[in-house]
Design a protein around this ligand. Structure first.
Ligand code: 3PG
Length: 401
């Protein structure tokens, strides 16, 4: 971004890919972290007089306009935070987008409508994606005068038209957010200070297989909580009642347990859980040891002894990465485990990174101090794929000429 600013952008049209994929309740944004994270790059460009065209997605619409996934609430929030109007184009690359971009003044911002309203955005066919990328590039005047700034870190693991293909058609630059995120995550994949402790949670172990396999070669201690812990507990021979269980992953998880043992990685699992009668905010529940989970109950959070155990295992960490809540933190009665882990990380003197998605939202929703962590990533899937050692297409393409 500094290179682009040094070239001078006043009056120039610049396409910015941002990740503004925020959680919504109707049309109310419940966590605007990603919108706020996009501000420094947008401000730097508008203050330098660029005509900024932002491309972003919201949710997973089916490749056609769908009012449920309109970026209208995001445009409004972005305007409030930037303290200036943000025009929402009525389409992605059609007449609406062209008219909105034509009307841009220096320092103005247009947000294109949800780029996934165009089926070509997520197409597996490179030619289809390329056709959309051509149209996006044309909106900012093509390679002769336009530029592309990639700042949507949360989406750089997607080989999509507005993330990947468009970078091949315009002079391209990494935005401040992408640079900062990559720098932080490279610290973790390089030579992190030890003990290096990772806490993983969230519902499904199947979403984390690649990252667990890779982490077992890197970390000193791996703490597992959340819904995914029950598949580990079952693999160790415990009965988990009606808790979330991925039977089809048991063999894989048993392999992880053996691998951790072989490599001397300390794998820490819950010793007690809050077992509830049903999946509800007001469900009757009690703390039970993991060898006494009743057959008709489901674990919705880690229990008090586990909170103490996890906190003790975090206390001496020099580096911590945390991804995924420890329980159903959206229900106040089952948010205690996630809060306890977050507080233990804040209390440690470790270099700490929160890996996007639900865990970042949890930090904010639970009112925890954001500055208690060294870095809160905006990327959920992207940061996990980075730690898995995968090449992220949206980053790799920026390194191409
Ligand atoms: C995310 O929420 O992780 C990013 O915005 C990417 O969204 P996606 O998983 O729908 O591609």
């Amino acid at each position: 971004l500094d290179d682009l600013l040094a070239e001078g952008v006043s009056g120039r049209r610049v396409l910015v890919r941002a990740d503004l994929n925020v959680p919504l309740d109707g049309d109310r944004i419940t966590d605007d972290g990603r919108v706020r994270a996009s501000l420094p790059t947008l401000r730097a460009l508008t203050q330098a007089g660029a005509r900024v065209v932002v491309a972003a997605h919201l949710g997973r619409p089916k490749g056609a306009p769908d009012p449920k996934y309109s970026l209208a609430p995001v445009a409004a929030r972005l305007g409030e935070l930037l303290d200036g109007p943000v025009t929402l184009a009525s389409d992605v690359v059609g007449d609406g987008a062209r008219a909105a971009v034509d009307a841009l003044a220096d320092g103005g911002v247009v947000l294109l409508e949800n780029v996934r309203f165009d089926a070509r955005e997520t197409s597996k066919d490179a030619a289809e994606r390329g056709a959309l990328a051509d149209e996006l590039a044309a909106l900012v005047g093509g390679a002769a005068s336009g530029a592309f700034v990639s700042d949507g870190f949360g989406v750089v693991h997607r080989k999509q038209a507005s993330v990947y293909d468009v970078a091949q058609r315009l002079p391209h630059y990494a935005g401040g957010l992408v640079l900062a995120e990559v720098e932080v995550l490279r610290k973790l994949t390089g030579e992190p200070e030890r003990p290096y402790v990772v806490v993983l949670g969230g519902a499904k172990v199947s979403d984390k297989l690649g990252v667990i396999a890779n982490l077992l070669t890197k970390v000193d201690r791996l703490i597992i909580g959340g819904g995914m812990a029950y598949t580990f507990l079952k693999a160790k021979g415990y009965e988990v009642g009606r808790s979330l269980l991925q039977e089809d992953q048991l063999e894989q998880v048993a392999g992880f347990l053996a691998e951790a043992d072989k490599r001397g990685v300390e794998l820490v699992l819950p010793v007690d859980v809050l077992a509830a009668t049903t999946f509800a905010a007001d469900a009757e529940h009690e703390a039970v040891a993991v060898d006494a989970i009743p057959a008709d109950r489901e674990g919705l959070d880690i229990g008090p002894r586990t909170r103490e155990l996890f906190a003790a295992k975090l206390a001496d960490a020099a580096t911590v990465f945390w991804n995924g809540p420890m329980g159903v933190f959206e229900f106040a009665a089952f948010a205690g485990g996630t809060r306890a882990v977050a507080e233990a990380i804040v209390a440690s003197s470790a270099y700490s990174v929160v890996g996007g998605g639900d865990s970042a939202a949890a930090v904010r929703q639970l009112g925890l101090p954001e500055d208690g962590f060294s870095h809160i990533s905006t990327g959920g899937g992207a940061s996990l794929e980075f730690l898995e050692g995968k090449e992220l297409p949206g980053v790799a393409v920026l390194e191409e000429d």
